[in-house]
Design a protein around this ligand. Sequence first.
Ligand SMILES: [Zn+2]
Length: 459
Amino acid sequence: MKRLISLFSLLLAAGCSGDAQPDRPSVVLVICDTWRSDAVSSAGGAEGLTPYVDRLSAEGVRFTELRGHAPWTLPSIASILTSLHPIEHGAGGQVGKFRRMADGVTTLAHAFADGGYRTHAVVNVDFLDPAKFGVTRGFETVDVQSYDNNREVRAARATTEAALRWIEEEAGDEPFFLLVHYFDPHCVYAPPGAFRERWAAPEDRESDWTFGTREQMIAIRTGRLTPGADTIRRAKHLYDGEVAYFDAEFGRLTDRLRASRGSSETVIALTADHGEEFLEHGGFEHGHTLFEELVHLPLVIHAPGRLVPGVVEAPARHIDLAPTLLELCDLPAPGQFVGRSLLPLTRGEGGPPRGTLAHGNFWRSPLTSWVSDGWKLIEQDGAPPLLFDLRRDPGEQRNLAGEAVEQLARLRGELRAVEAGMAALGSGSAASLDEATRRRLEALGYGGATEQDAAPDSR
Ligand SMILES: [Zn+2]
């Protein structure tokens, strides 16, 4: 009913103004895998690392306090595309026990398709195969590529080419919703030539040293390999090279979009699914904790003529992104969505607080975190709680659970209330994977060691 009313209003508005076509921009949602919030030059990262992201940020709205809802790809991207928490959409699980999204869940792609949009996704991991995990359900077409070796994953250049090919050859004149997923900053870190030469540690610029192969990840998880600080320093340099490579290809995509469609005809939203750990809390990679290096993420929305450029420092959540994009296109959000549009924040309006719930753990018993009014609680069965004052201690180095007892009680009370109000939309079912898919996910590091084998929790 909501949608009918909205469409009726649009038609009325169009009739009154004599404009037969309501103004509906196309939308490109770019998700860069494994991209930390501080791997952005304009957000405190290395100078010159992300010139194209910085340009988009200067012309758009940058959110400094965006958090995701899970520390790994499957549940996190499901939350972006469904405006639901992992407990609600059901996608996720643990290594060897992956769960596909619950059948009744409506996605952002469904909402755009219902609004008359063409929809397409260019994605680079089996977790985003609609037939296997359901997360990209609702897209008209999905170009998913996955490989047997994590060194052969479709790189940023080919990903940009695939996106541009669809825009220029398939999209036609109708407004479209396009999801583009870049995988490059994910292990293994092996930036191409010019990006290695600029960003690798000096001793690695002329070599072909890489880090983060499947064998290395399993050895780390099982405690057989403990990378030293110097190895992680060199790995972080290569990671930066991958981010710079992504940025360059993201720039090529946006430049071509501007040239072919004009900058006001396309809304561009840019975020990451999760970050990456480089020993900040003793761990490496992602999926195993809910610290800020994994769930505090970049978000930029570029919508000239629709959004006044600026910086939003109020808390924002991944579940809020889908309703925001729909509102920018005058389309209604499905009733199932639980996030709230971020547009009021871009106008400086406050509104109810946006506490952020995150959930999941790739190997051991699930972790839950709750961020509210500058404080963060992390809980895990059988472990004492962790409590951080994010304003004074953004790096989460000082656990205040033993001394800030009032804040601990407040956050625990809020978390219990939020959990009590949540309903799973039918639990996600166990994903049944063919042998080739299981092997490919293992090659990316998602498998090959059991929970019992895994190293003790790094925190
Ligand atoms: Zn990911």
